[in-house]
Design a protein around this ligand. Structure first.
Ligand code: SF4
Length: 385
């Protein structure tokens, strides 16, 4: 069975105002001990799983690796190589895709060459916007020039798989600036593009400010939900005409460049997460490590599993995941197969949503209606209710 390996590097240079991830600004002194703990977690993984009654997957072959964060490109490339070496030593490996997340301002020719040499073949770059006013307001460290420089450096270093992401709904974003960011990104022709809609929740400083009715972090300059939905819909049309395949709600790729690692999440295939806050799934159980990097490292260094949360996925949860994760993929789901696997009849609810124009049949598969992707959450709530 093939599996993915995810390594979480929770360190950033600053905290972006919209960020709701468990990442932060930590002393550089923590970097090396943290990565040593990740390497130890990988090396001792079989024992840690056994002791915690987690089923191992027989004959696991790790074929995708994703080092994400945070900003893993802040780490010394030698340290990143050590992470890949630990995976190579701890698992049977046959790498098909090895991704590193990198922020544009951290990318140098020396680092890019060292990443290639270590075995990374794909870079996921946090672009977010091509407008400095928006980048500054969001607390990002890079500016538009850094995006062009970084892309040139990565191409020169031989990276043929570059992913870049934009955020729709940043403070100060207008129709004009959004359209120009999409146009500039298309001109760079990355093999993969992600577009995320701005999330307003209490997990970020900006979200909290909005919920409290304040105006710090340019909260008053946020585009409305309708404007943001318009950004997304216009981007869908432009990316399609530029030859990108829209294969997941937030993801597009030139043919053949879909993210193999991320497809594992949506297809409910196994993946093992290492590092603080990393999540894992073996097909029947899900578990997550402690979020605090120092607490994670000290638990691992005592020879213990740093798991904070573990659950066995019930049949009902598995069905919900099949629907939720399956429908995020634009190709759609085989409803009859799911119904027979779970012994359930979803036809009445599906028919209701189809009549409302939210779902549709396409080539025998059930999928989200292409013009309602921006309101996909509404469909999921109704379908899983
Ligand atoms: S760089 Fe990414 S992970 Fe770090 S604070 Fe910004 S959005 Fe969050």
């Amino acid at each position: 069975m093939n599996a993915g390996a995810y390594v979480q590097v929770p360190f950033c240079q600053t905290k972006c105002t919209y960020c709701n991830f468990h990442t932060g600004v930590f002393s550089h002194d923590l970097y090396a001990p943290y990565v040593d703990a990740v390497a130890r977690e990988i090396a001792e993984y079989p024992r840690l799983l056994r002791e915690n009654k987690i089923q191992e997957i027989p004959d696991t072959v790790v074929d995708t690796v994703y080092v994400g964060g945070g900003t893993p490109s802040l780490l010394d490339p030698k340290t990143l190589r050590g992470v890949l070496d630990a995976i190579r030593a701890g698992f049977r490996c046959d790498f098909e895709e090895v991704t590193l997340e990198a922020d544009p301002e951290t990318i140098t020719p020396e680092k890019a060459a060292a990443w290639r040499d270590a075995g990374f073949d794909r870079i996921s770059m946090g672009v977010q916007s091509f407008h400095d006013t928006e980048l500054k307001a969001a607390g990002r460290m890079h500016r538009r020039e850094d995006i062009f420089n970084a892309t040139r450096i990565l191409r020169d270093a031989g990276f043929h798989k570059i992913s870049a992401d934009l955020i729709a709904g940043l403070p100060h974003q207008t129709d004009a600036t959004w359209d120009s960011s999409v146009g500039e990104l298309l001109a760079l022709r990355p093999e993969h593009i992600s577009i995320y809609l701005m999330e307003i929740d209490e997990g970020s400083r900006l979200g909290l400010e909005v919920l409290n009715g304040g105006s710090r972090y340019s909260a008053a300059a946020l585009p409305t939900d309708d404007v943001m939905a318009g950004f997304y819909e216009r981007a869908c049309a432009r990316l399609a005409s530029a030859g990108y395949v829209h294969y997941e709600i937030s993801n597009w790729a030139l043919p053949g460049f879909e993210s193999r690692h991320n497809l594992k999440y949506w297809r409910r295939e196994p993946y093992f997460g290492f590092g603080a806050g990393a999540h894992s799934f073996n097909g029947t159980q899900r578990w997550a490590n402690a979020h605090d990097p120092a607490a994670y490292a000290s638990t691992i260094n005592r020879g213990r599993f740093a798991v904070e949360q573990m659950e066995t996925v019930t049949r009902e949860q598995a069905l919900e995941e099949e629907l939720f994760l399956g429908l995020r993929q634009l190709a759609g789901i085989d409803l009859a197969e799911i119904e027979s696997k779970y012994g359930t009849n979803l036809a009445p609810r599906v028919e209701q949503l189809r009549a409302q124009g939210l779902l549709e049949w396409h080539g025998g598969l059930l999928r989200l209606a292409p013009d309602r992707l921006a309101v996909s959450n509404e469909v999921f709530v109704n379908l899983l209710d």
